[in-house]
Ligand binder design. Sequence first.
Ligand SMILES: [Zn+2]
Length: 345
Amino acid sequence: MSRPSPRSFLQRLSDGPMVGAEGYVFELERRGYIKAGPYVPEVILDDPGALRQLHSEFLRAGADVMVALTYYAHRRKLKDVGREGQLEELNRQAVRIANEIATEGGALVAGNICNTWSYDPADPVASGKVVRAQYLEQLGWAVEEGVDFVIAETNDFVGEALIGLEVCQELGLPALVTFASVQPETTYDGYGYVQACKMLADAGAAVVGLNCSRGPATMLPLLEQIRAAVDVPVAAQPVPYRTTPAIPAFESLESPAGRAFPIALEPFALTRFEMAGFAGAAARLGAGYIGVCCGGAPHHVRAMAEELGRRPPASRYSPALELHPVLGEPSPAKALMGDWAARQD
Ligand SMILES: [Zn+2]
C-alpha cells in the first residue's frame, strides 16, 4: 500500500483543475455487469476484469483520480441483494482494484461513500447512528487498503453529508463532499444548495460542490453561486444529459416514449464537445475538480481533459477528421460546440 500519495490531494488541487471521472455504475450496467434497479456493484467480485478495464479507460482518458467503486456498496444495499455477508470483501476489493490501476498512471485513489437511504430527517439521531456505522465500516476498510481522500457524493440531506464528513475527519481523510441537486431549489432537508455547500465547507470539507442529477446547462448557474459563497475548491461532476431550466434534473426527463431515467436516457445524451464546453466553462468559473457522473464515458473524459490543456495517453487517438477522405473540416461537431458555448455566455 502506497497511500497517501507523495503529492497529496490538496497539493494536486493547487496545481489547477483536477479531472474526475465517475459514472462507473451506469457504464458497467450498460456493459452488462451491474443490474439496473438495485445498482449494487456486484461486478467487483463477479467480474473484476470488467471493472479494471473501465478504470484503465478513464485513466487513459485523463482522469486524475481512480474512484473506488464502493458506491451503493454499503450494508443497506448489500442486504437488498442478499450479499451482506460479502460486504467487507466487496469493499476491500474495490479499493484494491482502484489502487492497482491508479499506480499505472500516477492517479490518486478516492474512497467513496454516498447517500445510504437510511437517513431520516424526522429522526436524525437514531437514523444518523445507522448511517454513521455504515460509513465507518466502509471507510475503515478503505483506509486499511489505502486511499488519498474520500468522495462523499450524491448527498440528498445536509444532515447525512455532515455525518460522512465527520467520519472522514475522524479517520484523518480529506473529504470532497457533493450534493445531488434533484429538486429545483433545496436538499431534501430543506437547505438551498449554496447554503448546503457552505455548511459543509464551514464544517471542514476540503472540497464542496455538486455531482449527478443535473446536466451542464442547469448545474453551471448553481456552480457560479457556490463558487462565490465558499473559500474552498468547488467540485462539479454533472451528468452528460440535456437538462433544461424547466427540467433541471435528469431524473425527471421524459421522451415521447415515456420516462427516460435511468435506462432510456440516450435521446438526451450530450456529445463529447458539449462536455468539453462544460469543462472550459467550469474552469473559467473557478471550479477546482471537474468531471462527469452517470452516463459519462471515456470519450467525454478525454475531451474534457483536452479542453483543460491536458494530453492524456488516449489523445494519441483523438479525432483527426481532416484525414478522412470526405468529412474534412470544419466538422459539424465543432460548430455545435461553438453554438453551445455561446449559449452559456
Ligand atoms: Zn451519477
